[in-house]
Design a protein around this ligand. Structure first.
Ligand code: NI
Length: 181
């Protein structure tokens, strides 16, 4: 099932997200649906709030980038109840976009690597370091489950320049190729 994607301005992107319990119903189905939704929108990451579910869950599929970045081959993962507990001091700037903010692309500064504890789709625990493009995508999606979108991380000046576009998004004035709500 492909979910419509929630657009900037919706409360679902700002609500606190809850951890998933071990008896969460039909988790596999939800994760597969999220991957399907992500693929249909040509994205690399999708967090549960973006389909209107305030859960600490996101999926990342970097495999479409693997032609340019061989280290990403096979990087298609679900992250349940993730907790980033270490961030590198070194940061980098990279142009980001978001399925919930169609048409907006801005350079965002983030740590280049992180350490994170999480459960996979089978609820097996992991403790792993991520760097490079994967770390970038993971941090963007992690922000979503904390109620943060990437434009929140821009300078006040930069955000002010985007104000018109952000207001337009929240009023439903945008175009994109995937289903939204
Ligand atoms: Ni996003």
């Amino acid at each position: 099932m492909i979910y419509p994607i929630v657009i900037y301005g919706a409360q679902a992107l700002r609500n606190p997200c809850e951890e998933l319990g071990p008896d969460f119903p039909e988790l596999q189905k939800l994760i597969e649906d999220m991957f399907q939704t992500l693929e249909s929108a040509d994205g690399v990451g999708l967090a549960a709030p973006q389909i209107g579910k305030n859960l600490r869950l996101f999926v990342v599929d970097c495999t479409p980038m693997a032609a340019d970045r061989p280290e990403l081959a096979g990087f298609r993962r679900a992250f349940v109840n993730p907790q980033i507990y270490e961030r590198s001091e070194e940061t980098s700037l990279y142009s980001e976009g978001c399925l919930s903010l169609p048409g907006i692309y801005e350079d965002v500064r983030r740590p280049v690597s992180i350490r994170m504890r999480y459960l996979d789709e089978h609820l097996q625990p992991h403790d792993e370091e991520f760097g490079g493009f994967a770390a970038r995508v993971i941090q963007h999606e992690y922000d979503h489950i904390e109620g943060v979108v990437f434009t929140d991380r821009l300078s006040p000046l930069r955000r002010n320049l985007l104000k018109g576009k952000l207001v337009a998004l929240s009023k439903g004035k945008y175009r994109c190729t995937y289903r939204t709500r």
